[in-house]
Design a binder for this molecule. Structure first.
Ligand code: ARG
Length: 290
């Protein structure tokens, strides 16, 4: 009976929470900030926010007409003049040679965003037209709870700086970064800022891979679900300073109230295998008892 339980526990714990949940060491190649060249078909939810047709922040497509981004991307808040902004979707570059440019109709910056604590660093952009989904334009589902454990690798992407004090990248880049514990992150930033429950962190202890200036507002994805929004960091990819991301799961209601996003009605939808295994085990145990 005990052996059986052990096998079961092993089985359940072996179910990965994040895609690419290999040992983080496998990915310790010494790539600079920004990681590897990515193709928009692999990250079709990634968008570029543009100000007078110049990239300034990333974002994630959550429905055919709403984009999720960071509050700090819009220093003048919800009053930002939408005429000056557009959103580029479906492109590998931020230039007009590929992808589609759509007008921004309005922006909603979180009412409790605080630029000194960087708490509630989230915003929602309404597009003026409804996008047609394709291989290069897709929406992403939001994680409604914590779907990772420390060490799981998540993928961050964008057109930001390829090194601290570097240049913006004209082609889409991505990097795999391990999620950290809250304690590790709090300790890392203890002299600078309070890491709240609305923040999650990712990065190697030795640094080397991270989001950077220009990646803000962009996606941190785990198990094909959006878990974070690029928010801030001390420099980029520095040793012992993980990247800090807005904890998307804490804002599902807010997002629902400010867009046409429909959350999964079943919050366990992302862990069917675990539930299946638990059910199976219960049945086995029950049959042993009868
Ligand atoms: N705040 C920066 C921006 O506006 C991005 C910060 C991300 N930094 C980091 N080290 N993860 O683009």
């Amino acid at each position: 009976m005990h052996q059986l339980l052990c096998v079961v526990v092993l089985l359940i714990s072996a179910v990965p929470f994040c895609n690419g949940n290999q040992s983080a060491n496998v990915y310790k190649d010494t790539r600079i900030v920004g990681g590897f060249d990515a193709d928009i078909r692999e990250l079709p939810y990634q968008v570029s926010l543009q100000y007078f047709n110049q990239h300034f922040c990333g974002g994630s497509l959550i429905t055919t007409s709403f984009v999720l981004s960071a509050a700090h991307c819009f220093p003048s808040g919800s009053n930002s003049n939408p005429l000056w902004y557009s959103v580029k979707v479906g492109g590998n570059s931020t230039k007009d040679n590929d992808g589609i440019r759509v007008d921004m109709c309005s922006v909603k910056v979180h009412e409790n965003y605080n630029s000194s604590t960087i708490d509630n660093d989230i915003s929602i952009i309404k597009l003026c037209s409804n996008l047609t989904l394709s291989s290069t334009v897709q929406t992403i589902v939001l994680a409604q709870r914590k779907i990772y454990v420390a060490g799981n690798l998540a993928i961050v992407s964008g057109w930001g700086y390829e090194a601290e004090n570097g240049n913006v990248s004209s082609n889409l880049k991505a990097a795999l970064v391990p999620m950290t514990t809250k304690q590790y992150c709090q300790k890392a930033y203890s002299s600078m800022i309070n890491i709240t429950n609305n923040m999650i962190c990712a990065g190697f202890e030795e640094g080397g891979k991270d989001a950077c200036q220009g990646d803000s507002g962009g996606p941190l994805v785990c198990n094909n679900m959006l878990i974070g929004i690029v928010s801030f960091g001390s420099g980029c990819a520095r040793k012992d300073y993980p990247g800090v991301y807005t904890n998307v799961a804490n804002y599902i209601k807010w997002i629902q109230n400010n867009s046409d996003y429909q959350p999964l009605n079943n919050s366990t939808k992302d862990i069917p295998l675990q539930w299946f295994l638990i059910l199976l085990v219960s049945l086995i145990i029950a049959s042993f008892h009868s």
